[in-house]
Design a protein around this ligand. Structure first.
Ligand SMILES: Cc1ncc(C[n+]2csc(CCOP(=O)(O)OP(=O)(O)O)c2C)c(N)n1
Length: 325
């Protein structure tokens, strides 16, 4: 705790992530956002830890629960929120929406297909090996993804080829309505790393410092040797998506976790009680972040949706375009 600036930046980033998703929630209530919206409220410490360990040139393949990973990868807030609100100013012109965020230059992509971020990241890691550069590929997945075949194939191939792949599992205890305990043959996911002869570590994903250090160790291993796995423990605060009735878990479980496992609240108390930041400074920082997000939201709300006549644009891409008469 001897670096006040680092801790202030961490807290600031986690509050920003929380406010960003709260702003997205307003878009669901107002019906500006259509379809499912999956937030990662409660998972901010993991994303902030990722942000500390990702370099600009590294690739990150994420999931349906992706907003915080986009922020961690350095996607600017305005086009990010505009895409989630399906506006023409969005990252993908409003054509992708929240589940299909894509930024080629910043090497960020997402997929709504559970487990499918793994082979994408594997491809990035293999390409880095062929290029001979030292970039790392990150796959961020949920605990529900690890029982898909692509997990095994990706881990095995990355290990055999010694690829610079870091897999971060956000174990939030639930995969839609299936509890982790009912789905996994192993008590921990980190222990599956043994099967691939790679390092695997379980960490408290509410603790930004511990998570950052664990990811840092995985990245160092990836750059020098081959893949590594980090399982970060957290809790999914909201339903699987906005609108999910969320009746499959007890209210007492939710109340217990939301009162004891909020990484933003925990860090705030740690900083204040440890004398790192006083109450007035914390409040000032929070209201600055809220104002920043409010301004982005107001701008996004004023923007237009893409022209309906362009609905079929970007549906197919062809390398033959122009080459065929
Ligand atoms: C291949 C595939 N099967 C099923 C689904 C439906 N589905 C969407 S999210 C999800 C659960 C994902 O759980 P987890 O990986 O733990 O991520 P979380 O939602 O908890 O962040 C499922 C089964 C899907 N999108 N893709």
């Amino acid at each position: 705790m001897n670096n006040p600036e680092l801790w202030r930046d961490r807290y600031r980033l986690m509050v920003l992530m929380r406010r960003f998703e709260e702003a997205c929630l307003t878009g669901v209530a107002s019906r500006e956002i259509h379809g499912e919206l999956h937030t990662a409220i409660g998972q901010e410490a993991i994303a902030a830890a990722l942000a500390e360990n990702i370099r600009e040139g590294d690739a990150l393949a994420s999931t349906h629960r992706n907003h915080l990973h986009a922020i961690a990868k350095g996607i600017p807030l305005y086009p990010l929120m505009a895409e989630i609100f399906e506006k023409e100013t969005g990252l993908c012109g409003g054509f992708g929406g929240h589940m299909h965020l894509f930024d080629k230059e910043r090497r960020f992509s997402t997929t709504g297909i559970v487990g499918a971020s793994l082979p994408v990241a594997l491809g990035h890691a293999y390409a880095a090996k062929l290029r001979g550069d030292d970039t790392v590929a990150f796959a961020v997945i949920g605990d529900g993804s690890v029982n898909a075949g692509g997990f095994h194939e990706t881990m095995n191939m990355a290990s055999v080829l010694g690829l610079a792949l870091v897999v971060v599992i956000e174990n939030n205890e639930w995969a839609i309505s299936v509890p982790f305990s009912a789905a996994s043959s192993t008590a921990k996911l980190a222990e599956r790393a043994v099967a691939y002869a790679i390092p695997g570590e379980r960490v408290d994903g509410l603790d930004v410092d511990a998570t950052s250090q664990a990811i840092g160790r995985a990245v160092a291993h990836a750059r020098s040797t081959g893949p590594a796995l980090v399982e970060a423990m957290c809790y999914r605060f909201r339903g699987h998506y906005e609108g999910d009735l969320d009746l499959y878990r007890s209210q007492s479980e939710k109340t217990d976790r939301t009162t004891t496992k909020d990484p933003v609240v925990l860090l705030r108390a740690q900083l204040r009680d440890g004398g790192m930041l006083d109450e007035a400074t914390l409040e000032r920082l929070e209201s600055q972040v809220s104002a920043e997000i409010d301004a982005v939201l107001a701008q996004v709300r004023a923007d237009k949706q893409p022209d309906r006549s362009r609905a079929h644009d970007h549906v197919f891409a062809s390398g033959l375009k122009g080459a065929v008469a």
